[in-house]
Design a protein around this ligand. Structure first.
Ligand code: NI
Length: 221
């Protein structure tokens, strides 16, 4: 049985968690999986003895004030492999978890457009929501405010385009704002073909979409 390393929590807010880990010689963190990206800042020199999945072990030098970064998913047990106490700061970015959840919402939302599933679309929208269309008489495009109005506007898009696909979609999340880029390919009720690139700027409320703000290229005919 090894002694346990001592964690001292310095900062914990909606964006960061900063923990100082202090190890006596031979002390260990215990096995853990990192569920956030993180940076380690050594507060001492030292030698880490790392136990890794599959039974492997290795030694890694720790150099005072020389930081390194790792990504989500690292799994190990960290042991002080040296003869002196060692310490480091662990700086975790904790809001990437919310970004991943929001990204999944954007992927479900895009899939629902392609399956023409109004209920699934509205499940991605926040209780108070709005849709600003890419066309309309106002500077924002046509504004549809409130769940009923948004649902009607989405249904009208499906009615206008009996064939519609949003392809090659790429999604990203930046704080409270998401970006979805896509190519729209469809046929309207008069059987005219449409193929045009566009994007949505999506503002989140919690993990759901409060505003879908749409933009499309204006193609010369
Ligand atoms: Ni670790």
């Amino acid at each position: 049985m090894r002694e346990k390393a001592t964690p001292v929590l310095h900062i914990e807010d909606e964006r960061f968690r900063v923990t100082e880990w202090r190890f006596e010689p031979g002390a260990e963190t215990g096995w853990h999986v990192h569920d956030h990206d993180y940076v380690i800042v050594p507060l001492t020199d030292g030698t880490l003895h790392l136990e890794e999945p599959g039974g492997g072990t290795r030694e890694a030098p720790l150099a005072l004030h020389v930081p390194y970064s790792r990504r989500t998913g690292v799994e190990h047990n960290v042991v002080n492999g040296g003869k002196d106490p060692l310490a480091f700061l662990e700086v975790e970015v904790v809001d990437d978890a919310q970004a991943r959840v929001r990204l999944a919402v954007l992927e479900r939302f895009a899939a629902a457009w392609n399956t023409r599933d109004l209920d699934a679309l509205m499940e991605c929208m926040a209780e108070e929501c709005a849709f600003h269309a890419s066309g309309g008489t106002e500077p924002e495009g046509a504004r549809h405010v409130g769940r009923e109005a948004v649902r009607r506007a989405y249904a009208a898009i499906f009615a206008t385009f009996p064939e519609a696909a949003w392809i090659d979609a790429e999604h990203s999340v930046h704080g409270d704002v998401g970006l979805s880029r896509w190519r729209f390919r469809g046929r309207d009720q008069a059987h005219r073909r449409h193929e045009v690139d566009g994007c949505d700027i999506l503002v989140f409320s919690g993990n759901l979409i409060a505003l879908k703000d749409s933009y499309r290229k204006a193609r010369a005919v």
